[in-house]
Design a protein around this ligand. Structure first.
Ligand code: CAA
Length: 380
């Protein structure tokens, strides 16, 4: 897709920022499994923490294409920082903006959009992953407050977030329509966060359990009407899947960047290995898949802003970009040979990082289910 001059300039700006501020730390974050606290004020200064929220509520929203480009360019050099941005913007700030009351938006959005605080999203539970409607956490109403009990798992930004949106069952008899969403602040009595998971990839990003033990939430912190939580979170994931598509796309491009440079500079028998047709064919296939992924992701971003239902397009973008990322990182590894198997090049990290894209915010199997359901119902 040919971008407008505005979007090309924006890409360049984020690319320069990412190369200067994020890239030099990517390998260390992975090796040491440390959260990049030092990146957060810089991301905030660049306006990257308020990308899906308008200025009125403290954000910097221009359009979803800018957001997709930003996550892509950051992920191109550091997947961990990419997922931090994606989860924060799409899964916390967006649902508060989209489903919150005026008071909730004014209270909760400025700190997470422009004051450097991070947000998080609690949907998945130990026995409710792909079957998100199988939520077991409960919220029972007592007067003007709710008493919350349960556990959430695999939550991005869990130990570093200050603002959480999460779901709980408020009427078991109603199935998916008996689930309600809430906003919760860290430090609320009874709310504890587990320790950072030891993950295969995206090891700088922070993933942990959330535990709720008799947590009191005032009714004014209910996010949307009672019973609408599941639908709100599905709509939130429609947007989130664009950003996971951007994450996969950026990681794929990072793998191609590395393979290209290696093919041009690594010599065997006195010639760069890029002179060989078998290497050239693989570079071409990687590039083709990446361009296609980019088109899917950008199309989904444009569709989101058009106001039409974009469920199928965002699932398609995520699915395709995740698989393009797997393909690109695998073949980059083959091109680099033994070097690609070491930490001297980012390819082995990307190979591990990109696996999350086929799992988080709905597995690739769930994306196929969502796409085919939308096709069969003719809904998007
Ligand atoms: N937009 C609007 N409404 C939607 C919707 C959407 N995208 N998806 C579902 N709904 C509505 C339906 O229309 C339905 O309402 P009506 O009865 O009024 O029509 C209601 O929600 C229930 O929908 P379904 O019957 O389709 O629900 P289901 O139980 O069959 O589940 C599913 C559908 C697609 C499989 C869903 O469970 C799903 O997406 N699962 C995957 C969950 C997921 O992606 N988890 C990721 C967690 S986040 C994460 O990973 C974070 C991270 O940090 C990386």
């Amino acid at each position: 897709m040919i971008l407008s001059e505005h979007h090309e300039k924006y890409r360049q700006k984020i690319r320069e920022f990412a190369l200067a501020e994020i890239a030099p730390h990517a390998q260390r974050l992975d090796e040491q499994q440390v959260f990049p606290h030092e990146h957060i004020p810089k991301l905030n200064e660049m306006g990257l923490l308020g990308m899906v929220v308008p200025e009125k509520y403290g954000g910097y929203f221009t359009d979803t294409l800018e957001y997709a480009i930003a996550v892509e360019e950051v992920s191109r050099v550091c997947g961990s920082t990419g997922i931090i941005l994606a989860a924060h913007n799409s899964l916390c700030t967006y649902p508060i903006y989209q489903f919150g009351t005026e008071e909730q938006k004014k209270k909760y959005l400025p700190p997470v959009c422009r004051e450097g605080e991070l947000g998080s999203f609690g949907l998945t539970e130990p026995s409710a992953g792909s079957d998100a409607a199988g939520t077991k956490s409960t919220a029972v109403k007592e007067g003007d407050k709710w008493i919350l009990n349960g556990t959430k798992c695999f939550i991005t930004n869990a130990t570093v977030g200050t603002t959480f949106v999460m779901t709980a069952v408020t009427d078991k008899s109603k199935g998916a329509k008996g689930i309600t969403a809430f906003i919760l602040k860290s430090g609320t009595p009874g709310f504890t966060v587990g320790k950072k998971e030891n993950k295969m990839g995206l090891r700088g990003s922070d993933t942990a359990f959330l535990h709720f033990d008799g947590v009191e939430i005032p009714d004014e912190d209910r996010l949307g009407p009672e019973g609408d939580g599941f639908k709100e979170f599905m709509m939130t994931l429609d947007g989130g899947r664009i950003s996971i598509g951007s994450l996969g796309l950026g990681l794929a491009q990072g793998a191609l960047d590395c393979a290209l440079e290696y093919a041009k500079t690594h010599e065997e028998n006195g010639r760069p290995i890029g002179d060989r047709q078998n290497i050239q064919f693989k570079l071409a296939d990687m590039s083709m898949q990446i361009e296609a992924a980019r088109n899917f992701v950008y199309e989904a971003a444009l569709a989101k802003d058009s106001g039409k239902k974009f469920t199928r397009l965002s699932a398609t973008a995520k699915l395709y970009a995740s698989e393009a990322g797997r393909y690109a990182s695998y073949w980059a590894g083959q091109i680099l040979g033994d070097n690609g198997y070491t930490e001297r090049y980012p390819v082995e990290r990307i190979y591990r990082d990109v696996k999350l894209c086929e799992i988080g915010e709905g597995t690739s199997e769930i994306q196929r289910l969502v796409i085919s359901r939308e096709l069969l119902r003719g809904t998007s």
